[in-house]
Design a protein around this ligand. Structure first.
Ligand SMILES: Nc1ncnc2c1ncn2[C@@H]1O[C@H](COP(=O)(O)OP(=O)(O)OP(=O)(O)O)[C@@H](O)[C@H]1O
Length: 608
């Protein structure tokens, strides 16, 4: 196996997680395109925004442009045709200037939209945040109130309430806003429920951040996109409803609006058809622009996300590296050009594994070393076919005994997983079901992998537990997970993993959760089992100490890439990549210890 060193892309003076996190954050930030830039690139968004800006600007400029008042009537101009001097679009049945009334109708529509959508947003967002974030009683109460509101027959209610509103369209739109609020409430509540148990929200909570700040900063940012999209559609429907009510005659006849104009034009359809045309065209233009803008906003916020896929989920892979790269004849596992990405809230893909190449021959122990977040576990999970649903394998190939794992269905992957490829997790305790005895879980695993009877499986498990250093196998077999220590739990899982004599064992940080003495015993056990069974092992770790006397070869991973690989001796003796040197430099020097005398505790009340 030849040694490979990637060019040094970044000088690392010390393996600080902070510096790496900063670089990753910068990468994520770079991959996020601001929403306004995405909208600028979308012709549909540009055209619809331009139309809406022009139309509503005309509304604002009405006092300067309009030649007549909206209700100013001149009986000599009744049904005047378009082009009549002073009446560019003609006059209606009462001799009122249609152009001027159209301009004023734009303002009526804008005010109706502001009130209706504003009320819906304020009520819906506040109630959604409260209902989603706080306890069950609060949620049940808000749920009940909004379900009740949804049972009201909207339009009918607005007509019935006309005596209450006095026909003022602003009061009507206020009520309509409340009727629209459940839609916003449900969006916000569902998003808040999804986000409130995220670890970063917990972290903010335990670090003493107030509820209002958490809601404003962590939660509201998540719901922002869907709310903006919903608001665009809501503005359109508010304008349409206000016009509809005016068409039906609900509201003051004094107020110029598209609905009232369409109604008047409708009555005059056979005498002067253009009277009907102008308000219908403008109303259609505004509502269609709002709907199309809503669609563009949805695309910009949610992006056209590629379908999440993973090994064992039949995903499409853009490049097939095995077509171009030859795999060693004795390679048990060959990972080629593997790329894994996750969708970001802005809809882009954030690549976390960026073209990884790995090869493990039969019986070989490979250490995959790198700092937290470098993509080690993602590479291991892809091999096991257990990437999270949202993960996207954008390119690459994973060949196991020459068989492509990428694209395999879950059913096709199952016989390999646990039998040919076994796994030892980082946290043994969380991988054992607390409701079942240890023995029952191991027997189930053995019988899933091998065609043996329950009795044979139990005998095999007991022998394996003993082989894995458990003193009283029968007692451990009958124990529940909480009755055994972390070290024993890891031995139990190792016993389960090797029960089927796998060809490849993937151990993801197998000793991280254990104390130092137990760590050493577990590593000894892994080494012995590897020699005995002749299986290949992929050890994923951030600790060079772990791989020191266990691995034949080492691959060093940084920010999603393998930056250096070679035999263990080569890497330890002469690391060439800056990052490898930095990681090696971080191993605790056992010869170094503090020699300065302990400092006496400061007297009480003294300020340090
Ligand atoms: N479900 C997920 N959604 C988005 N990003 C994820 C997800 N899971 C992992 N990542 C990202 O993938 C990157 C690589 O994660 P991975 O778990 O492979 O790191 P690692 O090197 O194994 O580190 P650790 O030892 O801390 O797990 C990280 O930046 C992580 O934030």
């Amino acid at each position: 196996m030849t040694r490979r060193i990637e060019p040094v892309t970044k000088a690392v003076s010390a393996p600080s997680t902070e510096s790496i996190a900063t670089v990753q954050a910068a990468e994520v930030a770079a991959s996020r395109t601001p929403i306004w830039k995405k909208l600028l690139r979308d012709p549909q968004a540009v055209i619809t925004v331009s139309i809406l800006v022009i139309v509503f600007a005309l509304g604002v400029l009405t006092p300067l442009i309009a030649l007549h008042g909206p209700n100013e009537s001149d009986l000599s101009m009744v049904n005047a045709p378009p082009g009549t001097p002073g009446y560019p679009l003609g006059a209606d049945e009462s001799g009122r200037d249609i152009f001027s009334r159209l301009l004023h109708s734009i303002n009526t529509a804008a005010i109706a939209a502001l009130i209706g959508t504003g009320v819906a947003l304020v009520v819906g967002i506040i109630a959604g945040l409260i209902g989603g974030y706080f306890g069950r009683v609060t949620r049940a109460s808000t749920e009940w109130i909004f379900s009740l509101i949804m049972t009201f027959p909207g339009l009918l209610l607005l007509i019935i309430l006309m005596p209450v509103t006095g026909g003022d369209y602003r009061a009507t739109m206020l009520i309509f806003g409340v009727l629209l609020a459940p839609g916003i409430y449900r969006i916000v509540r569902n998003l808040v429920l999804g986000v409130k148990n995220e670890l970063y929200v917990d972290a903010a909570r335990v670090s003493g951040v107030g509820t209002l700040r958490i809601l404003g900063r962590h939660v509201l940012t998540v719901v922002r996109g869907p709310i903006i999209i919903a608001a665009a559609f809501m503005v359109g429907s508010t304008i349409a409803v206000q016009s509809g009510l005016a068409f039906l005659g609900v509201g003051s006849l004094e107020v110029p609006s598209f609905g009232a104009m369409i109604s008047s034009g409708f009555r005059n359809l056979y005498i002067a058809p253009t009277q009907f045309l102008w308000p219908s065209l403008l109303l259609g233009l505004i509502t269609a622009s709002l709907v199309l803008l809503g669609n563009s906003l949805r695309d910009a916020f949610e992006g056209s996300r590629p379908k999440p896929s993973k090994v064992g989920a039949g995903q499409h892979v853009a490049e097939r590296a095995e077509d171009t790269v030859l795999v060693g004849a004795d390679a048990l596992l060959a990972v080629r050009g593997l790329r894994i990405a996750y969708p970001t809230p802005s809809g882009d893909l954030n690549e976390v594994v960026k073209g990884v190449d790995l090869e493990i021959t039969r019986g070989e122990v490979l250490g995959l070393v790198g700092e937290s977040g470098s993509g080690k576990s993602q590479t291991a999970f892809a091999t096991l076919g257990v990437l999270p649903n949202e993960a996207v394998v954008t390119a690459g190939s994973i060949l196991f005994e020459g068989r492509e794992l990428i694209g395999l269905s879950d059913a096709a992957m199952r016989p390999l997983r646990g039998k040919e490829i076994a796994y030892i997790p980082q946290e043994p305790m969380s991988n054992l079901d607390p409701s079942y005895r240890v023995g029952a879980q191991l027997v189930e695993g053995v019988r899933a992998a091998l065609p043996v009877s329950k009795k044979e499986a139990k005998e095999r498990v007991l022998a394996l537990l003993e082989r894995c250093g458990i003193n009283e196998p029968a007692r451990t077999f009958d124990s529940y997970p909480h009755q055994i220590s972390g070290g024993m739990a890891q031995r139990v899982l190792i016993a389960g993993a090797v029960a089927s004599r796998p060809k490849l064992l993937i151990a993801d940080e197998p000793t991280t959760a254990l104390d130092v003495t137990v760590q050493a015993e577990i590593l000894d056990l892994l080494r012995d089992l590897q020699t005995e069974l002749g299986m290949a092992v992929l050890i994923v770790t951030h600790n060079f100490g772990v791989v020191a006397d266990l691995c034949d070869r080492i691959a060093v991973m940084q920010q999603g890439r393998i930056v250096e690989s070679g035999t263990a001796a080569e890497i330890f003796r002469a690391p060439e990549h800056e990052y490898t040197k930095a990681l090696l430099g971080a191993i605790l020097d056992e010869a170094a210890y503090r020699t300065d005398p302990p400092v006496a505790p400061a007297p009480e009340g003294a300020i340090a």
